[in-house]
Design a protein around this ligand. Structure first.
Ligand SMILES: Cc1cc2nc3c(=O)[nH]c(=O)nc-3n(C[C@H](O)[C@H](O)[C@H](O)COP(=O)(O)OP(=O)(O)OC[C@H]3O[C@@H](n4cnc5c(N)ncnc54)[C@H](O)[C@@H]3O)c2cc1C
Length: 299
C-alpha cells in the first residue's frame, strides 16, 4: 500500500461530496434503475453483457433488507421485460446475513426464484472472509433448487482452491476475482503472483467440474493467462466470459470484446453511491489510489 493510497484515504473526510461524486461518476451508472437500464442498453449496443448492482451493504435492522430486496425485484422485472443479456449481483449482508440468516435466505431465495421465472441470472457477490462459509452454504442450498444462481470465489483467500473443488458436484457458475477486502496474511495470499496462481487454479477447478467461469479481472497479465487457458482447453464460449467493472480499464475491455471474447460489465447504481464509494476506498486504500490515479490521468 503506497503513501499516495494512504494520503487519498486520509484526505477523504475533507473532500466535498460533489468532488467524491466526480471521482465516483465513471464507476456508477447513476442513482436510479432508469439510469442503470440506459447503461445496460448502451453496453448491449457494443455487444457487452451486464450485471446490475444496487448499491448498499451492511444493514442494522432486518427490516432494512426489504428495500434492497424489493428494488432488486423491480430490477429483475425490467431486465426480464427488456430481454437484454443482463443479470443482477447481490450482497447477502444487504439482505440481512449478519442479522438473521433465515430471513436473509428467504430474501435471496425470493430473488433467485423470480429470476428463474423471468430467465434472469442472480449472482451472489462474495464479501469479507467472515461470511465466506455462510455465503457458500447459502449458494449450495439455492443451487440444489435453481440453475440461474451463481457466486464468487476470491483467489486471494488460501481456502479458495479447496472451495472450488468442494463445489464441484454442483458444476457451478463461478465468478473468479482476486478479492477486494483487505484480509490477514494467515488466511490470504499477499503477493501478486501467488494470487494469480490461486486465481488460475480456482478457474481450472471450476472448469474441471464442468462449471462456468466468469474471469473477473483488469490485470493484463491475468487476462492473457486466462486467454491462454481458454485456448489450451479449446473452451466453448458457453463455458466462460470475462467480467470487468464499469469505468475501469475500458481500453482493455474493448480490446477483449474486439477479439471476440464474451464480456460482462458490472454496473453499480443507486442512491447509496456516496457511502459505497467512501466505504470502498476506506476499506481498501489501494482502490482509492487506483481511482485517484485514473481520474487524475496518472496511469
Ligand atoms: C465484475 C467484477 C466483480 C467483482 N466482484 C467481486 C466480489 O464479489 N467480491 C470481491 O471481493 N471482489 C470483487 N471484485 C473485485 C476484485 O476482487 C478486485 O478487487 C478488482 O477487480 C481488482 O483486481 P484486478 O484483478 O482487476 O487486478 P488489479 O491488479 O487490482 O488491477 C489491475 C489494474 O486494473 C485497474 N483497476 C482495478 N480495479 C480498479 C478500480 N476499482 N478503479 C480503478 N482502476 C482499477 C488498475 O489500473 C489496476 O492497476 C469484482 C471485480 C470485477 C471485475
Amino acid at each position: 500500500m503506497s503513501l499516495f493510497d494512504r494520503a487519498v484515504v486520509a484526505a477523504l473526510p475533507w473532500v466535498p461530496r460533489s468532488l467524491v461524486r466526480r471521482f465516483a461518476d465513471p464507476y456508477i451508472a447513476g442513482e436510479t434503475l432508469g439510469d442503470a437500464m440506459r447503461t445496460v442498453e448502451q453496453l448491449d449496443r457494443r455487444g457487452i453483457r451486464t450485471t446490475l448492482d444496487l448499491l448498499g451493504e451492511h444493514i442494522e435492522r432486518i427490516e432494512q433488507a426489504d428495500a434492497p430486496r424489493d428494488g432488486y425485484l423491480v430490477a429483475l422485472g425490467e431486465i426480464g421485460k427488456s430481454g437484454l443479456p443482463a443479470t443482477i449481483s447481490v450482497k447477502l449482508t444487504q439482505l440481512g446475513l449478519y442479522l438473521d440468516e433465515d430471513a436473509c435466505y428467504r430474501n435471496i431465495r425470493a430473488l433467485v426464484a423470480e429470476g428463474q421465472t423471468l430467465g434472469v441470472g442472480v449472482a451472489i457477490d462474495m464479501e469479507e472472509s467472515a461470511v465466506t462459509t455462510r455465503t457458500l452454504s447459502i449458494f449450495r442450498r439455492l443451487r440444489s433448487e435453481f440453475d440461474n444462481v451463481s457466486t464468487v470465489l476470491q483467489a486471494m483467500l488460501r481456502r479458495t482452491v479447496d472451495d472450488a473443488v468442494a463445489l464441484g458436484d454442483l458444476s457451478p457458475s463461478i465468478r473468479v476475482c482476486k478479492g477486494i477486502y483487505v484480509e490477514p496474511r494467515e488466511i490470504a495470499y499477499q503477493g501478486a503472483e501467488e494470487v494469480r496462481t490461486s486465481y488460475l487454479e480456482t478457474a481450472k477447478a471450476v472448469l474441471d467440474s464442468g462449471g462456468f467461469v466468469a474471469f473477473a479481472t483488469h490485470d493484463d497479465v491475468l487476462v492473457e493467462r486466462c486467454k491462454g487457458l481458454i485456448r489450451e482447453r479449446s473452451l466453448d464460449a458457453s463455458r466462460f466470459e470475462f467480467q470487468m467493472l464499469l469505468g475501469v480499464r475500458e481500453e482493455l475491455r474493448d480490446k477483449t470484446v474486439a477479439e471476440g471474447y464474451p464480456l460482462r460489465v458490472y454496473v453499480p447504481f443507486g442512491q447509496e453511491w456516496y457511502a459505497y464509494s467512501v466505504r470502498r476506498m476506506r476499506e481498501n486504500p489501494r482502490v482509492a489510489g487506483m481511482v485517484a490515479r485514473a481520474v487524475l490521468g496518472l496511469e
